[in-house]
Design a protein around this ligand. Structure first.
Ligand code: SF4
Length: 358
């Protein structure tokens, strides 16, 4: 692992300090926000390190004050770090973050752009109560109308600050009675959106949804196992646990058969379970042709796991190295394959080896 890859890991583990000059260059004033805190894994600053390595660096948490990495600005952005002065690019937040759609809802309640990808949340809030996420507890469950989604999507597509290249439909998990609603959103948005559309979803008993998504033109799927250790899963993500690990793996396997290798990925949260358990999860996913995605745990204020620390750089480096061996043996790679979307995952670009820009 080279110095820049280690820097990404250090930034994901310890976050970054922001100098006054960098803050002004990004936000215009010390009083203006630096980022949109829309979701735990996307709430930092997106930076591009040398070698097209994207990273989402936390800066707001108390522990970031002690980070040995400082984002600074003097005509260009750079990081002062133990390995020296590293030139970086900063990716701005989209221009629509203060806008509302015609029904009065903030655009960002429905759509948000990170790096080159828009994320639609048809459901704000969530039917589940995972302890590492606040979607189910911080926001009331609310569905967006198709007109609202179309309007928000148009605003994001036309954003000049960040030109989005693709779309992910995710958001909170629907209640059972809202599966028809969410399917109508999938069908409508996938078949009308001018850029490729991926869907993040939980397994269903009805595997037919996979064929339907493919028929509508869905580009790929993210079906997140999150935690491999079932005892831990039962404790910290009870609703997902109830679906059953077997059900996850069977659904993912069928998704790979329909969408093909490289089009299906699954996140594993790094740092909440043992190394052995995470690596076993990597193996289970890789063996059925799914790209495992290593997602380092980020503590979120207001959640039950807020007091835990992100995994250390040493922990992340070890898991990454071992996971690489496993995916290689099984003919897949660590996801996501889209290079800008790697900003909040333990993945590095290697263009021509399955990784790409949309
Ligand atoms: S299912 Fe997803 S959105 Fe809902 S609480 Fe769990 S992690 Fe958050």
């Amino acid at each position: 692992m080279d110095q820049i890859q280690k820097l990404k890991i250090s930034l994901m583990s310890n976050g970054i300090q922001i100098s006054h000059e960098a803050h002004i260059a990004i936000a215009g004033s010390e009083n203006n926000p630096l980022s949109v805190f829309d979701y735990v894994t996307t709430s930092g600053l997106v930076l591009i390190l040398p070698g097209k390595i994207y990273v989402n660096a936390n800066f707001k948490e108390e522990s970031c004050k002690y980070s040995e990495n400082i984002l600074d600005f003097d005509k260009t952005f750079f990081i002062r770090s133990p390995i020296g002065k590293i030139e970086v690019q900063y990716l701005p937040v989209p221009s629509y973050i203060m806008k509302k759609i015609s029904t009065g809802r903030p655009v960002t309640e429905i759509i948000m752009t990170h790096a080159d990808r828009m994320r639609i949340s048809p459901i704000r809030g969530c039917n589940n109560r995972c302890q590492f996420c606040d979607m189910g507890t911080a926001f009331p469950y609310r569905k967006a109308g198709l007109d609202e989604i179309h309007e928000a999507l148009m605003i994001a597509l036309l954003d000049l600050t960040i030109a989005p290249k693709h779309l992910l439909i995710s958001g909170g998990t629907p209640i059972k009675n809202d599966e028809d609603y969410i399917d109508s959103v999938y069908k409508e948005i996938i078949s009308t959106c001018p850029v490729p559309v991926d869907v993040m979803m939980a397994p269903r008993e009805d595997f037919g949804i996979l064929e339907r998504l493919k028929d509508w033109g869905c580009n790929g799927l993210s079906i997140n196992l999150e935690i491999n250790d079932e005892l831990l899963a039962q404790k910290i993500m009870p609703e997902k646990f109830l679906l059953g690990k077997e059900a996850y793996l069977k659904f993912i396997e069928q998704a790979v058969k329909i969408f093909g290798r490289g089009a299906v990925r699954s996140c594993l949260i790094l740092g909440l379970e043992s190394v052995q358990s995470t690596l076993e999860g990597v193996k289970l996913l890789a063996q059925i042709g799914c790209d495992p995605v290593l997602s380092p745990f980020k503590p979120l204020n207001g959640t039950l796991l807020a007091g835990l620390m992100p995994p250390s750089p040493e922990f992340q480096e070890y898991v990454y190295t071992e996971a690489q061996k496993i995916v290689k043996e099984n003919g897949v790679i660590l996801g996501p394959r889209c290079i800008p979307c790697q900003h909040n995952t333990l993945t590095f670009p290697d263009e021509g080896n399955g990784y790409f820009f949309n």
